[in-house]
Design a protein around this ligand. Structure first.
Ligand SMILES: N[C@@H](CCC[C@H](N)C(=O)O)C(=O)O
Length: 280
């Protein structure tokens, strides 16, 4: 017997990097890998690149010690069920949900993540700006796609990235399979960005995400891409407008931090079927 009174959900996206949002203030949901994979499956579930569970930090037994208990925590999962430290598009969508649900004042708010607390500002024009913290460059490495080798820099944006700046025609890259990486430099896997400089401060990017595959955008990836593009132009700081298949975001890099600004959209809300949730 199927009943529609399972957990509440919402669907949202940031530059078409899409998420299932699960409001779970008291941490009561058993969010297993199997349930995440089923939710994200585009045929047997709702379909998404990842899941954002909305939980009070104090209700999460393994919450990072540096996130205050009363801050809303973005418990992020990739579509394959794995946990990731941070999600730049997700954190904007998460903030949009908090404001929309009346759980936080629109304007300035804080979001807890496994990479630490992220200050977020919901602007009057609807764009959402996130202080993503300092992006740390920790090496250089190579990958390959479509039979070509690419060199890039390793960037820690809370989660790991390999950002490769190259003049390649991005539309011609085959990203249906995972680009290889150096497991010594990236022991927990990596998100790989292919970045092509365009006119002025514009760059174009495609990404293969750890735990997902190619997505239409990756917020942390755009920060890594901006850092790599600035370096390729001989600068450590500055601004880059990053065009991804799903839209456009803006990244500002200063000596002490990085800011990611872009859209955040809530698309739908409803309830999961209780029987499906039990046996997805
Ligand atoms: N799409 C996200 C990044 C999600 C996590 C990533 N796949 C990882 O495993 O590190 C973003 O917008 O940053």
């Amino acid at each position: 017997m199927r009943t529609p009174d399972g957990p509440e959900f919402l669907k949202g996206h940031g530059t078409q990097n899409d998420f299932v949002i699960l409001p779970d203030p008291d941490g009561a949901l058993a969010l297993t890998g199997e349930r995440v994979r089923a939710l994200c499956d585009r045929r047997r579930g709702l379909g998404a690149d990842g899941v954002l569970r909305v939980v009070r930090t104090g209700a999460l037994p393994d919450a990072p010690a540096d996130v205050p208990a009363d801050v809303w925590f973005m418990d992020y999962r990739n579509a394959d069920g794995s946990i990731a430290e941070m999600c730049g598009n997700g954190v904007r969508v998460f903030a949009r949900y908090l404001a929309d649900a009346g759980l936080a004042e629109a304007g300035e708010l804080l979001v807890g993540t496994r990479a630490g607390v992220r200050p977020v500002r919901i602007r009057e024009d609807g764009q959402v700006a996130v202080d993503m913290g300092a992006a740390k460059v920790f090496g250089e490495s190579t990958t390959s796609a479509s039979g070509r080798t690419f060199t890039g820099i390793a960037v820690d944006v809370g989660n790991p990235h390999l950002a490769c700046v190259d003049d390649v025609e991005l539309a011609e890259l085959d990203l249906t399979t995972r680009p290889p990486h150096d497991p010594e430099l990236f022991p927990h896997g990596v998100n790989v960005e292919f970045v092509r400089p365009r006119e002025g401060d514009h760059v174009q990017m495609r990404v293969y995400e750890r735990g997902v595959g190619e997505t239409r955008s990756c917020g942390t990836g755009t920060v890594a891409a901006a850092v790599a593009a600035l370096r390729a132009a001989g600068a450590d700081t500055g601004r880059r407008v990053v065009h991804v298949p799903g839209g456009t975001v803006e990244v500002e890099v200063t000596p002490s931090t990085t800011t990611l600004t872009g859209p955040a959209v809530l698309v739908a809300r409803g309830r999961l079927d209780a029987g499906w949730w039990e046996h997805p």
